[in-house]
Design a protein around this ligand. Structure first.
Ligand code: SAM
Ligand code: SF4
Length: 326
């Protein structure tokens, strides 16, 4: 559907849990966050019912996220059900990759179209310092296994920050050299714990990588569902991309909304603006009322984030990324 700023909204990120098996220092405090009780989290039937409504508005691309989505039971079942909905174009998953290898066969059988794996370093010790778990090998091995499924799109998401050094950037980008991997660098956003870290700008990263890998060539074909833009590098099989919310604000092209695990339809990462769809779902209302509320909520999506603090447009989001889903 088209929002009041004339943007086409056709993509939703659905968080299926606020729980996580890692504690990335910019995302979740070491002691964790108080997990919402299970009964507060949308059931799969509720998510599917909502997705049928979203489809009526042309929202036909879904990213399953968390917390860590693979810690929720039977996630492949949900993905299969979503893929079977009439008009669904694409269902993808974003994961820290720790449990990916074990669930890959089921995810593939369910029709998963793509997986984004979060990885900030290729140094196992540093990985442990960032995530608070000695799990690098599980993630690294899962990447290789995922690449074996030819039809599965596989991307790496890296969020560089003050502790990231040039070697990390070079190593992570290098993953795209001999494989079809698409590696994306995401600028750290000032949400939750992310506020305490400075972001690495796209320009700074390109300058470092060009010294090692040669000139970046912009890719003009559409490669994903969202705001990332991509480059090819000399001799690289894969691509390198950037999601630069701060240095290249892309709100005028924003095509997405978010559904939290508690059923809150959230229209901008930065603001708390949205609608509690769970209250409607559980309030015995007809789908027509749900649809009316979805349409109204999305239509009023804020014009842009305000990460640089120059143009506030409402109450800011107070929850961290692990609750919002990235
Ligand atoms: N646990 C899954 C994972 O790590 O991919 C899914 C949820 S996680 C919140 C989704 C993505 O958000 C991850 O790639 C993570 O690195 C990123 N992220 C977390 N905090 C961020 C921040 N402040 N700015 C930008 N990206 C962030
Ligand atoms: Fe968990 Fe993902 Fe946040 Fe890391 S980024 S703590 S894996 S939700």
């Amino acid at each position: 559907m088209i929002d009041r700023w004339n943007r086409t909204i056709d993509y939703i990120r659905i968080s299926v849990t606020d729980r996580c098996n890692l504690r990335c220092i910019y995302c979740m405090p070491q002691e964790g966050i108080e997990a919402r009780p299970h009964e507060e989290i949308l059931t799969y039937d509720e998510i599917i019912r909502l997705c049928r409504c979203f489809l009526k508005f042309g929202i036909n691309k879904i990213k399953i996220t968390g917390g860590e989505p693979l810690v929720r039971k039977d996630i492949a079942f949900l993905i299969g059900q979503l893929k079977a909905l009439e008009g669904m174009k694409e269902v993808t998953l974003t994961t820290n990759g720790m449990l990916l290898e074990q669930y890959l066969p089921d995810l593939i059988s369910s029709g998963l179209d793509g997986v984004n794996i979060s990885l900030d370093t290729l140094d196992p010790l540093k990985y442990q310092q960032i995530t608070k778990k000695d799990a690098f090998m599980e993630v690294y091995s899962a990447i290789g296994k995922a690449l074996n499924y030819e039809k599965l799109k596989v991307k790496i998401n890296c969020v560089p920050f003050s502790d990231t050094d040039q070697k990390d950037l070079i190593d992570i980008a290098g993953l795209a050299k001999n494989s079809r991997l698409v590696v994306r660098f995401i600028e750290m956003m000032p949400i939750g714990l992310g506020k305490s870290f400075t972001y690495y700008s796209e320009e700074a990263i390109i300058a470092i990588l060009e010294e090692v890998y040669g000139a970046f060539e912009p890719v003009n074909t559409v490669l994903g569902n969202g705001p990332a833009h991509y480059y090819s590098l000399p001799g690289f099989k894969g691509k390198v991309g950037f999601i630069s919310a701060l240095s290249h604000k892309f709100c005028n092209e924003c095509n997405r909304v978010r559904l939290t695990s508690e059923g809150y339809l959230k229209t901008c990462l930065h603001y708390e603006q949205g609608t509690d769809l769970k209250a409607i779902l559980r309030g015995d209302r007809e789908d027509s009322y749900l649809e009316q509320m979805i349409e109204k909520t999305i239509y009023e999506k804020p014009v842009s984030h305000n990460f640089k603090g120059d143009n506030p447009q409402g109450a800011y989001e107070l929850d961290g990324m692990s609750r919002i889903g990235g």
